[in-house]
Design a protein around this ligand. Structure first.
Ligand SMILES: O=C(O)CCC(=O)C(=O)O
Ligand SMILES: [Fe+2]
Length: 286
């Protein structure tokens, strides 16, 4: 992949909004990423988000993590010493440069269709003392009766706020398992027919994944938390009450038309002060 940023202008006929924001990748590169995500269950865009910005997110996130642990840490809502924390939709996290990135949205649209929605802005953070999670998917199959998988309906865009190494809890994943039943995936894994890979990611790298691909969190053995952000994008008809984003009216007023369209089903609030920060997203492994 080229390392210089070359500008491409995206104008699609099928989008409800056209954007002339500069894209990094050409239409054929977008197609290649889409193909990878369709077949493997995920694709990775390296060095895509500004690392400096994410380091600031990390600083702003630390007190939120501490408050979460103080308030409801004993739940250990993602396993021992691993926490899921929703990000408030305000400064610095409500950032269109991140959640409405034109390259990411082009790939997402190819995977989950026109008029998809953004439903989630949160973090997964293992601390020292965390462990291997059970291998899991983040969503059940749409039609369990089918004994077969459908095309993608729920995606996660993941990006770390620190560099991820072997020591601080790399995300571990399989490939192609989003299109198999969980039983088949686990059988193939046990038989050594498919592999489990640890993903080393630098601050600024991002992954677009189908949440049905079998994966797990691994132990963070360092003293520094390893926050991994997660932005959820779903097909237009999907409703996930456990991950709603609360949007202050003033913030809503400043959003672009494209962002308003993305976030259209999320509740608006007068201010973030009225938002109950207790996590309601508890069951996460299917
Ligand atoms: O923190 C991680 O690396 C993975 C967490 C995860 O998969 C989950 O909690 O669903
Ligand atoms: Fe997960």
């Amino acid at each position: 992949m080229v390392s210089v940023r070359i500008g491409f202008t995206l104008t699609t006929h099928h989008s409800p909004f056209t954007t002339n924001k500069t894209m990094r990748y050409s239409p054929s590169e977008i197609k290649q990423f889409t193909h990878e995500a369709l077949t493997q269950g995920l694709c990775i865009l390296r060095g895509h988000f500004p690392a400096e910005k994410l380091r600031r997110w990390n600083e702003e996130f630390q007190p939120l993590l501490e408050e979460h642990i103080e308030r409801e840490g004993r739940n250990e809502n993602r396993g021992s010493n691993r926490y899921y924390v929703t990000l408030p939709f305000g400064e610095p996290f409500a950032d269109e440069e991140i959640f409405a990135d034109p390259d990411v949205l082009a790939i997402v649209e190819n995977l989950v269709g026109k008029d998809f929605v953004m439903c989630q802005l949160a973090t997964d953070t293992p601390l020292k003392g965390s462990d291997y999670q059970e291998l899991h998917r983040d969503a059940p199959p749409l039609f369990p009766e089918l004994k077969a998988e459908t095309p993608s309906f729920q995606l996660a865009v993941n990006f770390p706020l620190v560099d991820v190494t072997e020591e601080n809890g790399p995300f571990e994943t399989t490939y192609g398992t989003h299109l198999m039943t969980k039983e088949e995936s686990l059988r193939k894994l046990a038989a050594g027919e498919i592999k489990l890979d640890q993903l080393m990611m630098k601050t600024g790298d991002l992954m677009i994944r189908d949440v049905r691909a079998i994966h797990r969190g691994t132990p963070n053995k360092t003293d520094e938390p390893r926050p991994m952000c997660v932005i959820g994008y779903s097909r237009r008809w999907m409703f996930r009450p456990e991950v709603s984003i609360r949007i202050p009216r003033a913030t809503w007023g400043n959003l672009s038309e494209r962002s308003k369209h993305l976030l259209r089903f999320n509740p608006r609030v007068e201010s973030l002060d009225e938002v109950d920060t207790a996590e309601v997203y508890q069951a996460f492994a299917y």
